[in-house]
Ligand binder design. Structure first.
Ligand code: GLN
Length: 271
């Protein structure tokens, strides 16, 4: 008997770059268990659902949106079209911060939280931390709330609707972290990512630096003495973002992701 995955793989082949993984992911979603372990035929309803998902996948909709979740730091996160899909690159940022803070009890602020994958992973892996997550999108915050509940972190993680470009940061924090929109507006139009993921979460203005320019002075005023500011940056921002940080921060450190691209900047409050 041919496994079910192979049957649907054939339907996706030539339409996506990863037809086998996609077939397995969609089937596992429809069956609510690992498709490789299922050797029965689909029911009529399951078959209809599967064929409709395959048609959507062929139009380029990411798997994460079709199945409604994505793994990040080995934790599952709800996602939808109002949130960016968590990326492995962002794990570099989170891993660095876990190393720095794991034995401490930091008050953490995650700006532009989207799904909440950064703030929630930090809360999960830093047991004494307390996390506030802000986003400008009410729809994204709904997803972030669901993720907080999913990981049983309501006692230490909260969300707040706020536009970091306009609103002041309230309270003081030991760590401010952000993966803000950082793609140049013109470049964005040429990228596949902009076809399905929210432009609001990606567009960093004409030079991609709008959010860093606003966040840096606000963070400098809202960090505790020796507090830390940490950013994800674009592969081409390894000079521009540290240059924006240096008037306000000391020990500006650049880290690379697993592909060797500049991806993370960490800086210390000199006061
Ligand atoms: N913080 C979220 C993430 O890293 C969303 C980032 C964003 O919307 N720019 O996935």
């Amino acid at each position: 008997m041919v496994s079910l995955v192979n049957k649907y793989y054939a339907l996706l082949s030539g339409f996506t770059e990863t037809p086998l993984q996609d077939a397995r992911a969609l089937l596992s979603y429809v069956l609510q268990s690992d498709a490789l372990l299922v050797w029965r035929d689909l029911t009529h309803d399951e078959e209809q659902k599967m064929l409709s998902l395959i048609e959507k996948r062929k139009t380029g909709i990411p798997i994460a949106y079709l199945v409604g979740e994505k793994e990040f730091m080995s934790l599952p996160f709800f996602v939808n079209e109002h949130t960016l899909i968590p990326r492995p690159d962002t794990e570099t940022l989170v891993e660095e911060l876990i190393d720095l803070f794991k034995d401490k009890s930091p008050r953490i602020l995650d700006l532009c939280c989207g799904t909440g994958c950064i703030g929630i992973s930090l809360a999960h892996f830093i047991p004494q931390s307390n996390v506030t997550m802000l986003d400008v999108s009410p729809e994204a915050l709904e997803i972030a709330e669901k993720n907080i509940l999913r990981h049983h972190l309501s006692n230490r993680v909260r969300v707040k609707l706020s536009d970091v470009l306009k609103d002041e940061i309230e309270d003081k924090y030991d760590l401010i972290v952000s993966n803000p929109p950082y793609i140049e507006t013109e470049t964005l139009q040429t990228l596949d990512v902009s076809k399905h993921e929210p432009i609001l979460a990606l567009d960093g203005g004409s030079d991609g630096l709008n959010f860093y320019r606003v966040i840096i002075p606000k963070a400098a005023a809202s960090l505790t003495p020796c507090g830390t500011l940490a950013f994800e940056i674009g592969y081409n921002q390894g000079q521009s973002v540290p240059a924006l940080l240096s008037p306000y921060f000391k020990d500006v450190t650049l880290k690379q992701d697993l592909s060797g691209n500049d991806r993370v900047v960490i800086a210390q409050n000199p006061i």
